[in-house]
Ligand binder design. Structure first.
Ligand SMILES: Cc1cc2nc3c(=O)[nH]c(=O)nc-3n(C[C@H](O)[C@H](O)[C@H](O)COP(=O)(O)OP(=O)(O)OC[C@H]3O[C@@H](n4cnc5c(N)ncnc54)[C@H](O)[C@@H]3O)c2cc1C
Length: 380
């Protein structure tokens, strides 16, 4: 049964959904708010359950040349003493790789597969109406055009206007962290594997990327700062990490690639929001979690493959609400688990007594691999 599907939002998850649903035979149209693709994001790390979904979408081989494969993660104190280390082998059943790459490279590869799908750039949905009589959704666009479809997907990200219209009470949670993200040249002698440095109330993570560059992420416990202008954001980054190991000091004091420093509060959507009638949220629009388990893209891609599977079982359009319920039942428990196991440890890392935290990490090993070990025991 082929459906007509409109996807609002063409970020990583919307682009992946457009590709997968179109390949499955559905008639897909995409609406994207920005009028052209400008550099966005910094880097993105993809654990094995994300790369195994990319393999299912036929994209892994295409992405690998842009990515650095990591084989282990280390946690260190700000002064460089090792707290714990864990290799990735054996964590995932079919040994799918752990990759890190530029957000933009991943997005370009996902969008490159959409040549045959109409993508309306610089367009938003201004009104949605659902009709039970003909099982359809009507979406009025900012261009004035009116679209009719069987299923409307919001892949609009964490601040999705469509989700806010359909589920007006849904609020984002603030994890009490202020974050910085940027790309830089890899410091001399830095290897292929990610390293997390932990200070008292702050942390700095370095992911090597294939091009000889690194993706850097830093955060500090901070309940108040809403926004900093560029100069102040840079000054506070340098000040916050000035007591860290020389590699971190060098990265924060040095040149940032594309002169871009991305900053902001860490906000999440703890309780997933799924469908209302024939409108379904996927990716960050449905569930945004903190980045410690690096599950943002993975969970969005899992949404895509599970949705493609459940829609593949339809024999007529009247069954769509049951298919969306089946989708919710499969996705909801796993996504809730991921949100809880991402957000609670992230809060703890910066609020727990430092000595206690370090003793605990020495005993348990990295939070990343502990979480993945549990998560990878089951499939989406
Ligand atoms: C600090 C930080 C670090 C992270 N690190 C990682 C990591 O290492 N690994 C990982 O997997 N994840 C990570 N994430 C999360 C990851 O970036 C997101 O989960 C992922 O980008 C979500 O993709 P998405 O397509 O759902 O949303 P987005 O990437 O936000 O894309 C949404 C798209 O919708 C468009 N849009 C928005 N509103 C509208 C509208 N009204 N109409 C039409 N289009 C619209 C936007 O322009 C955009 O193109 C991190 C997040 C943060 C904040």
């Amino acid at each position: 049964m082929n459906l007509s599907i409109v996807i609002s939002g063409c970020g990583l998850v919307g682009a992946a959904a457009a590709r997968a649903l179109s390949q499955a035979g559905h008639k897909v149209r995409v609406i994207e708010r920005v009028s052209q693709w400008l550099p966005r994001g910094a880097g993105v790390a993809l654990p094995a359950n994300a790369t195994s979904q990319l393999a299912k979408l036929g994209l892994l081989k295409q992405i690998e040349p842009f990515a650095q494969q990591g084989s282990a993660i280390s946690y260190l104190t700000a002064s460089g003493d090792r707290l714990c280390h864990r290799a990735f082998d054996g964590l995932y059943p079919d040994d799918a790789p752990y990759l890190a790459l530029r957000y933009q490279d991943l997005h370009e590869q996902l969008v490159a597969g959409l040549e045959d799908i109409p993508v309306a750039m610089g367009t938003e949905i201004s009104e949605v109406r659902q009709s039970d009589s003909d099982n359809s959704v009507a979406a009025k666009l900012s261009s004035g055009e009116q679209l009719h479809c069987d299923l409307l997907l919001s892949a609009e990200g964490l601040h999705s206007p469509l989700r806010q219209t359909l589920f007006p009470g849904t609020a984002l949670d603030d994890l009490g962290l202020f974050c910085w993200r940027f790309l830089a040249k890899k410091p001399d002698g830095f290897g292929h594997d990610p390293q997390l440095y932990l200070g008292r109330n702050d942390a700095f993570l370095i992911y090597p990327l294939s091009s000889g560059d690194v993706y850097c992420y830093g955060h500090r416990a901070d309940q108040d700062t809403l926004h900093l202008d560029e100069a102040e954001a840079l000054a506070q980054l340098q000040q916050c990490f000035s007591g860290y190991v020389p590699a971190v000091v060098q990265l924060t004091q040095g040149k940032m690639l594309e002169n871009r420093l991305i900053t902001g509060r860490m906000r999440v959507l703890n309780n997933p929001v799924w469908s209302s009638g024939r409108v379904l949220c996927i990716g960050d629009a449905a569930h945004g979690c903190g980045p410690i388990l690096q599950q943002g893209v993975a969970q969005g891609l899992e949404d895509v493959t599970v949705l493609t599977e459940v829609l593949g079982g339809l024999t007529n359009k009247e069954q769509l609400p049951q298919a969306l319920e089946q989708f919710r039942l499969r996705r909801d428990p796993r996504v809730r688990w991921v949100c809880e196991h991402s957000n609670t440890p992230l809060r703890l890392l910066s609020s727990e007594d430092e000595q206690l935290r370090n003793t605990r990490l020495k005993a348990t090993g990295p939070i990343h691999t502990q979480g993945w070990e549990a998560l990878f025991k089951s499939q989406p």
